[in-house]
Ligand binder design. Structure first.
Ligand SMILES: C[S@@+](CC[C@H](N)C(=O)[O-])C[C@H]1O[C@@H](n2cnc3c(N)ncnc32)[C@H](O)[C@@H]1O
Length: 277
């Protein structure tokens, strides 16, 4: 999806993503804690949160930096960022500000921030290197950065099964995971570290983290997919209702392979890449 389509898709999906906030928070809790640690976020800092979405990780950052610190949550979608702003206000966090901005063109003062993060955003951008260069520019010398993305296809079988099934039903060729903007586009080993180094970061390190998505059922996972700005929706959008239903039914059947005695557990592997300006 190009940036214009991302904007429309995320404005539409904002409420659905937000409604799944508690499940997303549980799914990503360990990875988020690691991300904030690897970015070196401590009390009193100014932190830039790129592609902040409905702000689940923004609030964690705001609590971590405390009243003496600040978080600027930025996102392409005004609708989803408005939800982040609302959650910060509801939580009484006066240290959160928001800014609607494309990650490829961040209108922030150079060297303003002590740390920067991007949780599950970078892989969606048409030009992730440009976004990293923007974050580099926004950081003070020595400031830390950490970004979280999906790893390689074999380690994220729910996404690969969904994409392959949707493409087959839509009469499209199997998806190429390396296509820019795809969910798995930054998962190739070494790619994130190369991008960070090219953007000018030093002390770059990547670590992988298992993040199984535990839900009551495969159907609950598909509800999440349906209500987010997943590319699956775009792919199946070209089918009539009956054909789309057949595709969703087959996806549910294929995801049933991850049913456990206590519910459903979809394997995911994420990559955390950190560096320093
Ligand atoms: C998967 S969501 C992640 C949101 C949040 N970081 C989280 O983990 O809950 C991806 C977010 O990236 C944003 N996004 C997509 N393309 C963008 C771009 N070019 N610039 C800024 N944000 C973008 C979307 O609007 C969406 O909020």
């Amino acid at each position: 999806m190009n940036t214009g389509l991302q904007l429309v898709a995320w404005d539409e999906a904002a409420a659905g993503w937000d409604a799944h906030g508690p499940q997303i928070g549980t799914w990503l809790a360990r990875a988020t804690e690691a991300m904030l640690g690897m970015a070196g976020i401590i009390p009193g800092q100014r932190v830039l949160d790129v592609a902040a979405g409905a702000g689940e990780q923004t609030l964690a950052i705001a609590r971590r930096v405390g009243a003496a610190g600040q978080v600027l949550a930025t996102d392409l979608s005004p609708a989803i960022l408005a939800l982040a702003r609302g959650h910060a206000a509801d939580a009484g966090l006066a240290n959160v500000q928001t800014l609607v901005a494309d990650a490829g063109d961040l209108p922030v003062e150079p060297a303003r921030f002590d740390a920067a993060v991007c949780r599950l955003g970078l892989m969606l951008f048409p030009d992730p290197l440009r976004a990293l260069q923007q974050m580099h520019r926004a950081l003070r010398p020595g400031g830390g950065i950490c970004a979280l993305v999906f790893s390689q296809p074999a380690r994220n079988p729910c996404i690969t099964r969904l994409m392959a099934t949707a493409c087959r039903h839509a009469g499209l060729p199997p998806p190429d995971p390396s296509t820019p903007g795809g969910l798995l586009s930054l998962g190739r080993p070494g790619l994130m570290a190369d991008l960070f180094a090219t953007a000018g970061f030093r002390d770059v390190a990547t670590t992988s983290i298992d993040a199984p998505f535990r839900l009551p059922s495969a159907r609950a996972y598909l509800d999440f997919v349906r209500s987010s700005a997943s590319p699956i929706r775009q792919i199946l959008g070209r089918l009539d209702a009956a054909a789309a239903r057949a595709a969703w039914d087959e996806m549910e059947e294929r995801l049933g392979a991850f049913t456990t005695p206590t519910g459903w557990e979809g394997p995911n592997e994420l990559l955390l890449t950190a560096g320093r300006r």
